[in-house]
Ligand binder design. Structure first.
Ligand SMILES: *Cc1c(COP(=O)(O)O)cnc(C)c1O
Ligand SMILES: [Zn+2]
Length: 451
């Protein structure tokens, strides 16, 4: 199964190990030391465009499925498999909306705030960017069955891609922890669902053992091929800014796959000379699931050239275990307390001179209502970006004239319960509840004060 002609290989991120493996294997973790794996490329053997704008030429060739894909359009930057194995269902047709109304409401200058709508993907979240890459690798190595642990969107995306390319799939979810919009998708797409009495972190642990024992292909973001696809979210932001790099990227932090892949994207683009500077990165946790924020800000955990101080992480996780801690936030997509990509994310923070902060559920639902009021709407986890941005503007970390791109990771309709409750129960200043009135014309007209 090995692919010796490939220009890509897998490498352990632990500088004391650096073990290398070809791309013909599905490993999930370094077999020598257990650390995370990266996909690396022999860049000098890849025919790269001389400038980023060359990628745009593919827009004129959109009857070619790979040129149409918002991921594979940038395929030189993720060339780990031959075209014949590439799976695509038209992912990445997303848009970067300049939103001056929301910018104004936040006290930012016009032209400063941009919203990257990843909810416009086929399954309604950014996960499709990664899944198209993971399933391409799965096809390349001849996998027959796939699995993931999920807070919802990973399962929706996996089930969609699995049936599109003929693989079986099984979803592991925690009981009562998944938004119905997402669960409904994976069931509809034909995914087998295993509901475990536990939370996401429990599912994540179980699914790894299940996949290892049964030889099933794992598509969680532990899978380094998935993260390669997610790099293209950054390419599309740059593209829509006329191939200029913004000042800031703001992203919610859950399992930290996105932030890891964004950091890797900018690291590689800079090394290839395709950009001359990298943006800064802001990762936003929910207060009820704030492991990264705690370790980065309170414990000073850093990438440190790959020499991450494992004892700090181990100690904190032991504390979580000892207190039987389980994360809680209405932003279920980021309700994760043991993020698997923590170390790669630290690298991203290092590359992009990043910051981390946490926001409360109240701040998230208010921000979500504002994204709905001024933009196309999003799910709770996505709105953590706007809630976090408010803090970064208030303390001057981000200037009101800086160009900021917030990644809205999931569609508004993924989690209608949170939205309806916010409005009907008047939870915040942006609540917009329905007005009840008798079935009587005069009474109805008397309530129409706002038209
Ligand atoms: C998966 C997900 C996240 C978390 O992303 P990570 O890469 O795991 O940090 C955030 N928002 C939404 C909508 C998601 O589906
Ligand atoms: Zn290793």
């Amino acid at each position: 199964m090995s692919n010796s002609s490939s220009v890509a290989f897998q490498r352990c991120i632990n500088p004391a190990c650096k073990a290398e493996f070809d791309c013909g294997q599905a490993l999930f973790k370094c077999p020598k030391c257990g650390d995370l794996l990266d996909i690396c490329y022999e860049w000098d053997k890849i025919e790269m465009p001389s400038k980023l704008s060359d990628f745009a030429k593919r827009w004129s060739n959109r009857n070619n499925r790979l040129d149409f894909s918002g991921v594979w359009r940038f395929r030189e930057l993720l060339s780990f498999c031959a075209d014949e194995h590439k799976v695509s269902i038209g992912e990445g047709q997303t848009l970067l909306q300049r939103n001056d109304d929301l910018a104004g409401a936040l006290g930012m200058d016009a032209g400063s705030l941009y919203l990257q709508y990843e909810g416009l993907n086929p399954s309604g979240s950014f996960k499709d960017n990664g899944m198209t890459a993971a399933f391409s690798h799965a096809k390349m190595i001849g996998a027959k069955s796939s699995a993931c642990a999920s807070t919802g969107n990973t399962s929706a995306s996996m089930a969609l891609y699995a049936h599109s390319c003929g693989l079986k799939c099984t979803v592991f979810i925690g009981s009562g922890r998944i938004a119905y919009g997402k669960l409904s998708q994976s069931m509809d797409y034909g995914g087998h669902t295993i509901q475990i009495q536990g939370d996401f972190d429990d599912c994540m642990k179980q699914v790894q053992d299940v996949c290892t024992q049964l030889g099933i292909y794992l598509v969680n973001s532990l899978n380094p091929f998935r993260l390669e696809g997610q790099k293209t979210i950054m390419l599309r932001i740059i593209e829509q800014l006329g191939w200029e790099v913004p000042d800031w990227i703001v992203v919610p932090g859950g399992n930290l796959g996105n932030s890891s892949s964004f950091g890797k994207a900018f690291m590689e683009l800079k090394q290839a000379g395709l950009i001359d500077r990298v943006p800064r990165l802001a990762i936003i946790n929910a207060t009820g699931a704030n492991t990264l924020c705690h370790l980065f800000n309170e414990k000073g955990l850093r990438w440190n050239d790959g020499n991450v101080d494992n004892s700090v992480i181990d100690e904190y996780y032991a504390e979580l275990t000892a207190t039987n801690y389980s994360p809680h936030t209405c932003a279920s997509a980021i309700e994760i307390s043991r993020p698997v990509n923590l170390k790669k994310c630290l690298r991203g923070l290092d590359v992009c001179n990043g910051v981390v902060l946490e926001v409360t559920d109240e701040e998230i639902v208010d921000a979500k209502a504002q994204v709905g009021l001024y933009g196309l709407g999003c799910e709770p986890a996505s709105a953590a970006t706007i809630a976090g941005l408010k803090y970064l503007l208030a303390d001057g970390t981000i200037g009101k004239d800086e160009r900021v791109a917030c990644v809205l990771t999931g569609h508004q309709l993924k989690n209608p319960n949170v939205t309806v409750n916010y409005h009907k129960e008047k939870q915040g200043p942006f609540s917009n509840p329905p007005i009840e009135v008798a079935n009587d014309l005069n009474e109805i007209i008397s309530k129409m004060s706002n038209v």
